[in-house]
Design a protein around this ligand. Structure first.
Ligand SMILES: [Zn+2]
Length: 273
């Protein structure tokens, strides 16, 4: 499996001189199996470039959404394959508290956007059955509930004998309603080859941002350690977080002599597992 990051920010895009290294686009990851089959995780603004990269290569395109917060769907109206009739898009929605499976399309309606989604030329299939386990384009997927305002899903993705866990917008120690406990996450993520986990906040963000649905990098590291994962990628960087601050966090975590590698998600980075 190859994992390529197209957008690594949480909340809102953050271009500028302080975010050049890690990138300013919001959530979007491309997963490619050994046989070339592809799966897109989330449709944040990183999806725009991904669309340019695959528009001449992929006919059927599979998108798996964690939830409908804007930073996870905002790239879709700028996804060129949606405008081309040779493509078929298969979009799997996350299971949110308020059922709103068509939010990704609805943002292209009313006064939100100049092109209505009905005028998109691609065939669009919205899959909304929210099964716990399902198969998408050769990938075996299991869905888990994140601790996040409004709900949504994390996914275990198995292919080629390896397992990737995509756990974004998850507050491990939430003061709110706990959907999945740290003990349950530890069991779910046991031994995964690559864990992509939310690490949006720093201790200085607390207590103000407690309950906003994101974790500290240190909490993600503690979980990765308990679950004996093989590699951790910190994800959903805060839009205010500078490249220097992300570098300093990774340096500090790496100095803890962890039994696994910690990497910060970075636009353009491809990892093989
Ligand atoms: Zn969110």
């Amino acid at each position: 499996m190859k994992i390529t990051f197209y957008g690594v920010r949480g909340s809102c895009p953050s271009p500028g001189k302080d975010t050049v290294k890690y990138g300013g686009n919001t959530a979007c990851v491309l997963v490619t199996a050994a046989d070339g089959k592809k799966l897109i995780l989330d449709a944040g603004t990183g999806l725009r470039k991904l669309g340019n990269d695959i528009k001449h290569k992929e006919q059927d395109i599979y998108i798996l959404l964690s939830h409908n917060h804007w930073d996870h769907i905002q790239g879709f109206p700028f996804f060129i394959p949606a405008y081309l009739r040779e493509h078929a898009l298969h979009i799997y929605s996350g299971h949110t508290d308020l059922n709103h499976d068509d939010a990704i399309l609805e943002q292209m309606s009313k006064s939100f956007f100049p092109v209505h989604h009905r005028h998109l030329q691609a065939q669009i299939e919205l899959i909304t059955n929210h099964q716990k386990q399902f198969k998408v384009n050769g990938f075996n997927i299991t869905r888990y509930n994140i601790n996040h305002p409004g709900g949504g899903n994390a996914y275990l993705i198995e292919c080629d004998g390896t397992t990737l866990a995509y756990v974004t917008d998850n507050e491990l120690n939430t003061p709110g309603k706990v959907k999945t406990t740290v003990a349950q996450w530890t069991q779910i993520l046991q031994g995964v080859d690559l864990l992509i986990h939310d690490a949006q906040f720093m201790p200085s963000d607390m207590p103000l941002k407690s309950g906003w649905g994101h974790s500290l990098a240190k909490e993600a590291v503690d979980l990765a350690k308990a679950a004996k994962v093989k590699r951790l990628v910190t994800y959903s960087h805060d839009p205010e977080r500078t490249d220097d601050e992300i570098d300093a966090t990774i340096e500090q975590l790496s100095s803890m002599q962890l039994p696994f590698t910690v990497t910060a998600a970075q636009e353009g980075l491809t990892l093989s597992v």
